[in-house]
Write a protein that binds this ligand. Sequence first.
Ligand SMILES: Cc1cc2nc3c(=O)[nH]c(=O)nc-3n(C[C@H](O)[C@H](O)[C@H](O)COP(=O)(O)O)c2cc1C
Length: 416
Amino acid sequence: MRNRASAFTRPVGGCPGGAREPLRVQGPLPVSVDRRLRPRRAEALICGARLARRVLYGVARPILFRVDPERAHEFAARRLEGLARSPRALKAVAALYRFEDPRLESQVWGLRFPNPVGLAAGFDKDARMAAAFPSLGFGFLEVGTVTSVAQPGNPKPRLFRLPEDRALLNRLGFNNAGADAAAQRLARAGRLPIPVGVNIGKAKVVPNEEAVKDYVTTLEKVFPHADFVVVNVSSPNTPGLRALQDRGPLLALLTALKARARDLASAARRQPPPILVKIAPDLEPEALADALDVARAADVSGLVATNTTLSREGLARAIEGPGGVSGAPLRERATAFVREAWRATGGAIPIVGVGGVFTARDAYEKIRAGASLVELYTGFIYGGPATAKRVNKGLADLLARDGFASVAEAVGADHA
Ligand SMILES: Cc1cc2nc3c(=O)[nH]c(=O)nc-3n(C[C@H](O)[C@H](O)[C@H](O)COP(=O)(O)O)c2cc1C
């Protein structure tokens, strides 16, 4: 059927005032635009929204950045929760922020990723707003960290902006509503058009000796809703957690989780979800080699490199107190970990590169170093809702410039 929307599935010119991209809306127009408006008016609306997209975060950011970071996060989370509940709004937002290019698509672990730019763990700890992220242009997301039981996290204040360094410092400590709540929310959200990973951690009240049982309990709760599972043993904000990266405990943990995932999958007559392990950027070379060895021995499906760093090296201003630094100061170190993980595993285990990705160049650097997928958190805080689209567009250009037909072709290209 030809309807008015079809007029918008082709380029229909530019916005007055010099927006460079042609107006191109994939699929029918958002219902709210489509139903009541003539094409010209709809065009104007999209131009306006595009202008708003450019200007708005430029205006909103300084205001948001004046508010306490955790309150600003909660404010944004509420807006995204609202967005996630409204199919109309999701469609309108997707028209502005989604970017599709066949070069960006890939298959990893048998899952289809429409693009390689994901949202890192920690932003949507409780899976409250998962449905919003496909419309914001992300190719996948990790919810969590979730723990077996709800826990409040560390005392506030515990999240800080370091704008001179384009960084954040956090010592949140796995504040979350627990695995049952996350599972319920994911069930309610239903199948999303992008892969959803669930990042699992150890509850603070559980001693390390009982960690395996605790992680297994969490896995059991989230299993039906996870396209992949990330085992977080690298947060700096849960006392003793990083000791689980040591050879013995890590092997015991990963082996148990893999076995349990296999049993659950066989009972549910499905494939077991890929199990990934997330590592810290502060591992000494020997400890990193050990962790990579164990990952191979336990036959994990992937590595997430890296979590936040304890290092304060290169920061413009000295900061007091514990916590992990994310963002620009972490970029090189995280990329070096991706590079080393790729080298040590011969590229046999897919790597998710995370740490300091703000631009397409940052993402491309990680892909060429060996990352099949990338994630960002801090870049989203500083860059706003257009971040994933901007990174994806630039990435498609970089791949084309270097003659790669797909992301997969560029993965590990630096090692050639
Ligand atoms: C406020 C905040 C909370 C985070 N919470 C988690 C978490 O719960 N689990 C986790 O595995 N990583 C968490 N991270 C780490 C990120 O997932 C990511 O590994 C790290 O921030 C580096 O990426 P970035 O430089 O793009 O932020 C958190 C990061 C920030 C900034």
